[in-house]
Design a protein around this ligand. Structure first.
Ligand code: IMP
Ligand code: MG
Length: 178
C-alpha cells in the first residue's frame, strides 16, 4: 500500500487517477447533454477546483466559457477560515446559465455563500458541479446537480485538494491515516 507523509500527517491512496477520470467523464457527459444550446459559463472556485476544472473543461464539447473566483479570507485574525468577499467575478452573469465548479463540498458553507453571491448577479440559472461530496458532513440544503463521487467524512488530499497548502499536485486522491 502506498503511504505518503505530508507535513505531520500520513495519507494512504484512496482514489486512483483512472477512477478520477471516469468520474470527471460522467460529469462532462451529463453537462454536454444538458447544455447543448445554452452557452454556459463555468465559475471554478480557486484554489482547490483548478485541476477538476481543467480536466472537466477539456471534456466539454458544447460552446462554453470559464472564469475563476475566490473568497478572500480575513487576515491578521484567528478566523482565517472565515469567508469574506468574492473576488475575480468580472463577467456579466445576467441572463446566463452558470455552472459552479468545486473540488469538494464538505459542510456546504462555502458553496452556500457562493451561490448566494452569484444569484445576486441575476443569472438565468445556477447549477453546481462538484468532484467530491461528503454527505455525512453536509449541513445545507442546496442541490449538487453534477457529482463526481460521494465519499465518507474523512480528510482527503490530492487532485487539487490540500493539507495546509501542500499536496494539491498529487494526481491520485489520498485519505488521512488516523
Ligand atoms: P465546506 O465549506 O465545509 O463545504 O468546505 C469546503 C472547502 O473546504 C473545500 O472547498 C476545500 O477547500 C476544503 N475541504 C473540505 N474538505 C476537505 C478535505 O477533505 N481535504 C481538503 N480540503 C477540504
Ligand atoms: Mg476549495
Amino acid at each position: 500500500m502506498s503511504i505518503i507523509q505530508v507535513k505531520d500527517k500520513f495519507f494512504e491512496k484512496f482514489i486512483s487517477t483512472t477512477e478520477i477520470d471516469s468520474a470527471v467523464q460522467k460529469v462532462a457527459e451529463a453537462i454536454n447533454r444538458d447544455y447543448e444550446t445554452k452557452n454556459p459559463i463555468f465559475l471554478a472556485m480557486l484554489n482547490g477546483a483548478f485541476i477538476f476544472a481543467s480536466d472537466l473543461i477539456r471534456k466539454i464539447t458544447v460552446p462554453c466559457e470559464i472564469s475563476f473566483v475566490k473568497f478572500s479570507s480575513y487576515s491578521g485574525t484567528t478566523s482565517t477560515e472565515k469567508l469574506n468577499e468574492l473576488i475575480g467575478l468580472n463577467e456579466e452573469l445576467k441572463n446566463r446559465y452558470v455552472i459552479v465548479l468545486e473540488d469538494i463540498v464538505d459542510t456546504g458553507i462555502t458553496m452556500n455563500k457562493l451561490l448566494k453571491d452569484i444569484w445576486e448577479k441575476e443569472p438565468l440559472d445556477v447549477k453546481v458541479a462538484c468532484f467530491c461530496f461528503k454527505p455525512d458532513a453536509f449541513k445545507h440544503f442546496f442541490t449538487i446537480d453534477y457529482l463526481g463521487m460521494s465519499i465518507p467524512n474523512e480528510f482527503i488530499l490530492g487532485y487539487g485538494l490540500d493539507y495546509d497548502g501542500q499536496g494539491r499536485n498529487l494526481p491520485d486522491i489520498y485519505k488521512i491515516v488516523p
